[in-house]
Design a protein around this ligand. Structure first.
Ligand code: MTE
Length: 310
């Protein structure tokens, strides 16, 4: 017999408001509640508000005001300013599917709804540190990336996982800048993807992800600089060779594969010793692995010859 022990942060099924009740209430609030980017979001994604906060991950800083986290963004497919909200609102987020490819038991394409039916959503408040030396603290809704790896069933030879993000030529004017190596790709080792911190994100602040933050599904890797956290994921590929990634292909002297946060290793053009906190503009010291060393330092003990910090 399967016995399931509830951890402290999980509500028993009986205590969770049934989705039909939540959906009914949302429907009554108004049609606008489910509209993002002009498309009706999947019912399951609308239920993000139900996800319980996981208290294991403490940000030790105040949560950034939602307005700051959702109006100061990097999404180069739209434009290169921080002000992408209006242009990103054109992103088509439904229907959405993700291709799972490469060294897996069976290559397939999975619809977002179908994927979300197979995982349990939770909320995690993570620090998010951009390589440009600003940071924020966000309550993300999502599920552990290790679950995605489990569902994909990679073969033992798979050592890396590549994340490729959406290309919508008609909605993304930034793609016309053809000196960039589109599509935006990022990668992790399979071991990193299985680390408990690596997170697949479908919402923030208890709501579905807004387009400018990577709707409808992105990744978040909190111990690495923010560029590792690709938005609007459409392809996940398992492979033996280290993937070439967007920023590394563009400027390998400044941006590498590993990109772990380290205050003592300066970017060639600026210091990484401190960061500007969005919302307050306060400057605070940056922490090694963005403060998540206890979870991830062990991943790198045999990799001293690698450029772990760029
Ligand atoms: N993903 C895509 N597809 N395109 C991008 O331009 N920018 C990256 C990352 N993911 C980017 C992306 C960078 S540089 C950062 S710092 C974070 O997204 C910013 O995420 P946020 O806007 O949600 O804070």
């Amino acid at each position: 017999m399967l016995i399931r022990i509830c951890r402290g942060w999980e509500l028993p099924e009986s205590a969770v408001t049934p989705e039909s009740v939540v959906m009914g209430r949302r429907a009554a609030i108004g049609a606008g509640a489910g509209l993002i980017g002009g498309a009706v979001l999947p019912a399951r994604a609308q239920a993000q508000g139900q996800a319980m906060r996981n208290p294991r991950y403490r940000p030790e800083r105040d949560i950034t005001p939602e307005r700051d986290a959702t109006t100061y963004n990097n999404y180069y497919e739209f434009n290169m300013s921080k002000d992408v909200v209006r242009q990103a609102s054109r992103l088509r987020v439904s229907p959405w599917s993700i291709k799972i490819e490469g060294l897996v038991a069976q290559e397939r394409e999975i619809g977002l709804e179908d994927l979300l039916r197979q995982v349990r959503l939770e909320e995690r408040v993570y620090r998010h540190r951009c390589v440009e030396a600003w940071s924020m603290v966000v309550p993300w809704t999502g599920f552990p990336m290790s679950e995605l790896v489990r569902l994909a069933q990679p073969k033992p030879e798979a050592k890396y996982v590549l994340f490729e993000t959406a290309v919508q030529r008609d909605t993304m004017p930034g793609l016309r800048q053809n000196w960039y190596p589109w599509p935006y790709t990022e990668g992790l080792t399979v071991a990193e993807a299985q680390n408990e911190l690596a997170f697949v994100v479908t919402g923030m602040y208890g709501k579905p992800l807004p387009p400018q933050n990577g709707a409808p599904i992105r990744i978040h890797v909190p111990w690495k600089y923010g560029f590792k956290s690709g938005k609007s994921i459409v392809r996940v590929r398992f492979q033996t060779e280290r993937p070439s990634t967007f920023w590394e292909a563009l400027q390998s002297t400044e941006y590498g594969f590993w990109a772990n946060v380290n205050p003592e290793v300066a970017h060639p053009r600026w210091s990484q010793a401190s960061e500007r906190v969005l919302g307050t503009n306060e400057r605070v010291p940056t922490r090694l692995f963005n403060g998540y060393g206890e979870f991830v330092a062990g991943l790198y003990t045999n990799l001293q010859n690698e450029r772990l910090w760029a």
